[in-house]
Ligand binder design. Structure first.
Ligand code: BGC
Length: 275
C-alpha cells in the first residue's frame, strides 16, 4: 500500500532519498487544481515533478462558491492524510492573495481573500493560491516542454474552456497575464480559439488550428517569444494540429498534460511564492 493510501501524514513521514539515505520528506509537496468540473489533488515529488501515488478527484460543487470549494479541498487533503502546506490553483487572477476575476468560475469568487477562504478549512497551514495557467507554466518550465530553455521569453497557453497563459522571461514568471482575454480583431482570443470554441462550433482540428495560428501571430507580434508551449487537454493531440500551425515561433506540446496544474501548485507553495 502506498503511503498516501495508508492515510499516514506524508508531510512528516521519512522518505528514502535518491542517495538511499533516510531523510525527512523535503522533496514532497501537495497541489490542488480547481477546475470547472473537478477538483483534483495529489502528493508531488518535487525532484521529478511526478505524483507520489494516485491523484484524488472530487466533482466541483455546484454552485462552486468559495466556501463549498474550500471544503472540497479539505476533503482532498484528508483523503491523503496530508497536513502540510498546500498549493491551490484557480482559473482567476490572484494578486496579493485576492481573487480579482471570475471568467470561468462562480462570480462570487471575485474580490475574495483566498487566505480567508482556504485558511480556516485547511487548519491554518501555509496555502498559496495561484492562477491555473501560471501553475501549469511553472511545472512545464521545470519538468516539461520548457525545461531546455535557459533564457528568453516563453509563453505557455492552456487551451480548454478558456485560454490560460503564463509568461516567463529568463525563467521568471510574470503572473496573471490573461492573454486569453486579449482582443484580436474585436474578439477575445479565447472566444476565437479555446478548445471549447472548437467544440461549440464543431471545427475540425485543421480549421481550429487556423484560429490558433491567428492568436499566436498576435502574441508573437507583441512579445517576440522564443517558444510557445501548448497545454490543456487538446495538447494530447498536439502531433495532429501543431504541425498545421502557420505562425513563426516554435510551438511544443506540454509534456505534463493534466498533471501540470497540481505540480505547479505544489511548487508554488514549496517555493513560498506570493501571488
Ligand atoms: C481565465 C484565466 C484562466 C484561463 C484558463 C480564463 O478564462 O480568465 O484566469 O487561467 O481561463 O482556465
Amino acid at each position: 500500500m502506498s503511503d498516501a493510501a495508508s492515510g499516514e501524514s506524508l508531510s512528516t513521514v521519512t522518505y528514502l532519498g535518491a542517495d538511499s539515505t533516510l531523510s525527512p520528506s523535503p522533496h514532497v509537496g501537495f497541489g490542488i487544481d480547481i477546475g470547472g468540473s473537478g477538483v483534483k489533488g495529489a502528493i508531488v515529488d518535487l525532484r521529478t515533478g511526478e505524483f507520489v501515488g494516485e491523484r484524488h478527484r472530487i466533482d466541483t460543487p455546484r454552485p462552486a462558491t468559495p466556501d463549498a470549494v474550500a471544503k472540497v479541498c479539505r476533503e482532498i487533503t484528508d483523503h491523503f492524510g496530508w497536513t502540510g502546506p498546500v498549493g491551490i490553483t484557480l482559473p482567476t487572477v490572484v494578486r496579493d492573495g485576492i481573487v480579482r476575476s471570475a471568467a470561468n468560475i462562480d462570480e462570487s469568487w471575485c474580490g475574495v481573500d483566498s487566505q480567508e477562504v482556504f485558511g480556516p478549512p485547511l487548519g491554518g497551514r501555509a496555502v498559496t493560491v495561484i492562477n491555473d495557467a501560471d501553475a501549469a507554466g511553472l511545472a512545464e518550465l521545470r519538468y516539461g516542454g520548457g525545461r531546455d530553455v535557459e533564457s528568453g521569453t516563453v509563453i505557455l497557453l492552456t487551451f480548454g474552456t478558456g485560454i490560460g497563459s503564463a509568461l516567463f522571461h529568463d525563467g521568471g514568471l510574470v503572473p496573471n497575464t490573461e492573454f486569453g482575454h486579449l482582443e484580436i480583431g474585436g474578439r477575445e482570443a479565447e472566444a476565437r480559439a479555446s478548445a471549447k470554441a472548437r467544440d461549440d462550433h464543431g471545427w475540425s482540428l485543421k480549421k481550429w488550428s487556423r484560429k490558433v495560428s491567428r492568436v499566436l501571430e498576435h502574441y508573437e507580434r507583441i512579445f517576440s517569444p522564443a517558444l510557445f508551449i501548448a497545454g490543456g487537454g487538446i495538447s494530447r493531440k498536439g502531433d495532429q494540429w501543431i504541425p498545421m500551425l502557420t505562425n513563426e515561433t516554435p510551438v511544443v506540446a506540454a509534456r505534463l498534460r493534466n498533471t501540470a496544474g497540481i505540480v505547479g501548485a505544489a511548487m508554488a507553495v514549496d517555493e513560498g511564492l506570493r501571488m
